[in-house]
Write a protein that binds this ligand. Structure first.
Ligand code: SF4
Ligand code: SF4
Length: 194
């Protein structure tokens, strides 16, 4: 039942996020083949999201599944070697700069790229702004905040806004209660694999 409700939630979330991305069009550079955000993260997944991802995985050709599992094994070895609190890696589901489980990807994969409001009420600008991508045209790189001067220079365009799209909020108890979901445990994507 929870997976059925999750599919309803994902469809609602996709609509919401598409609306936000559309509203922010002057600042958004996301396009097929831009995959910096899939090469630079830990990718938190809840148990529920992971179950859904595995449906996508099970539909891949077996050779591709083996390739992904082999990448995961190597990443897990590297993580163990580094033995650091945070291990940043390229997502093993990224193939030739495209997600091979796109329709089954996680919530962080769907929401990344907007300015998010974190649990303390602060705005979090996506890291790709600092690499010339989303919001780079209104970013003050020295202060690391959105520049109202740069925004004004763009003329008659919608304001750059922060949205309530942090991973913590989108997988919160409030959302779980509203959509009758049980997200379960959350951990970095590769940690779900034995
Ligand atoms: S969020 Fe940034 S890195 Fe990711 S696809 Fe969009 S522009 Fe590219
Ligand atoms: S699951 Fe797909 S969208 Fe998400 S990080 Fe991996 S490659 Fe990127």
């Amino acid at each position: 039942m929870s997976l059925e409700n999750y599919i309803i939630y994902i469809s609602y979330l996709n609509k919401k996020l598409n609306g936000f991305f559309e509203k922010q069009y002057p600042y958004i550079c996301c396009k097929k083949g831009c995959a910096k955000c899939c090469k630079n993260g830990e990718y938190p997944f809840s148990a529920l999201e992971f179950d859904f991802l595995m449906i996508g995985f099970s539909r891949l050709p077996s050779g591709l599944q083996d390739e992904i599992l082999s990448k995961i094994r190597h990443l897990k070895e590297e993580k163990q070697k580094q033995n650091k609190e945070t291990f940043i890696y390229e997502c093993p589901f990224l193939l030739e700069d495209e997600c091979c489980v796109y329709d089954f990807r996680g919530i962080i994969c769907r929401s990344f790229g907007l300015i998010a409001i974190n649990e303390h009420g602060n705005s979090k600008i996506p890291f790709c702004a600092f690499e010339g991508l989303n919001y780079a045209n209104v970013l003050d790189v020295n202060t690391k905040i959105i520049s109202s001067e740069k925004y004004k220079k763009l003329g008659d365009v919608p304001q750059p806004l922060a949205f309530n799209v942090s991973y913590d909020f989108l997988t919160s108890e409030t959302i779980a209660n509203n959509f009758k979901l049980d997200f379960g445990e959350k951990k970095p994507l590769i940690d779900w694999f034995k």
